[in-house]
Design a protein around this ligand. Structure first.
Ligand SMILES: NC(=O)c1ccc[n+]([C@@H]2O[C@H](COP(=O)([O-])OP(=O)(O)OC[C@H]3O[C@@H](n4cnc5c(N)ncnc54)[C@H](O)[C@@H]3O)[C@@H](O)[C@H]2O)c1
Length: 276
């Protein structure tokens, strides 16, 4: 209970999560930081402290419902509740769809999709009980709006995050709660996501090393990005203030979305209107 508005951010020990945290701190928000990487968390916390806002950090594996529940309980205890929840932690595997192992599916869906669902289950009822305006911001990806080769497991997880977020927004609207939802869909920006295997649990280590070309494509894509993680965070906060649902920071994502929608509607029209 600090008098500050409060942002809780998962995966805030690195990359986009760290920049989201710092952007919130620059707005004067208190920070609740969560990650499995405690060194990364400490580094983010040190940066945030230079901005003069109250912070606390907690080790939390978002794939574990008990960890997320404990994080939500700490947020309530330390700050009295959360105004903005960023379900941001995420990991990726690369390679053709047919090489994905059970462990790949369990790990990526566990963090990317169940992690978001765990956040919603632990935080949203607390937000509803508090009754003040709040927002849930789920990090999906441009890979949740379009598709690309070599990313079937990641794309499937991120499309699921977009669908889950759309349903969440409808549920909250129907319930009449003052809780908004946004879904963040960036294209590639330079972060540590290409080294996501660093946080992979030992019991889910069974995977097929992707051909070097897949990793090269990601590295090149990151290097070519006209914007960085701080720009993504700034675009996210601007969208949150504007009450926007889809946050799509890269201008080139529009073309990918249009091509996918055109393909879908092209096939639909061919079946229903006789247009070839
Ligand atoms: N960087 C990109 O190009 C890009 C593009 C689109 C979407 N995204 C998404 O942005 C989000 C952040 O990724 P990033 O690019 O900043 O990568 P990053 O690897 O730099 O940061 C991800 C953070 O999540 C943490 N994390 C991993 N597994 C976790 C778990 N089980 N529980 C808690 N924390 C965990 C990591 O320790 C790390 O600190 C992810 O959801 C990612 O899918 C990234």
């Amino acid at each position: 209970m600090t008098g500050h508005r409060v942002a809780a951010i998962t995966g805030s020990g690195s990359g986009i999560g760290r920049e989201l945290a710092l952007a919130c701190a620059r707005e004067g928000m208190a920070l609740a930081l969560a990650d499995i990487d405690i060194e990364g968390l400490a580094a983010t916390e040190a940066l945030a402290r230079t901005l003069g806002v109250p912070t606390f950090a907690q080790k939390c594996d978002v794939a574990r419902a008990g960890d997320v529940e404990a994080f939500a309980a700490s947020c309530e205890k330390v700050f009295g509740g959360v105004d903005w929840l960023f379900n941001n932690a995420g990991v990726a595997v690369l390679g053709p769809a047919w090489t994905a192992t059970d462990a790949d599916w369990e790990w990526v869906l566990g963090v990317n999709l169940r992690g978001v669902a765990n956040g919603v289950r632990s935080f949203v009822p607390r937000m509803r009980a508090r009754g003040v305006a709040a927002r849930v911001i789920n990090t999906a990806s441009a890979a949740g709006l379009a598709t690309l080769a070599g990313s079937a497991v990641y794309c499937a997880s991120k499309h699921a995050v977009v669908a889950f977020s759309e349903c969440l927004a409808r549920d909250l609207e129907q319930a009449g709660d003052p809780i908004g939802v946004s879904v963040l869909c960036p294209s590639l920006v330079p972060t540590q996501i290409h080294q996501a295997q660093r946080s992979r649990p030992a019991h889910l280590s069974d995977t097929v090393e992707p051909a070097a070309a897949y990793n090269d494509r990601v590295r090149l894509g990151m290097a070519a990005s006209p914007i960085d993680a701080a720009d993504v965070a700034a675009a996210t906060l601007a969208a949150v203030h504007a009450g926007r649902f889809y946050v799509i920071p890269h201008v080139q994502t529009g073309g990918s979305i249009r091509r996918r929608m055109d393909a879908m509607l092209g096939d639909f029209d061919a079946q229903h209107t006789g247009v070839p």
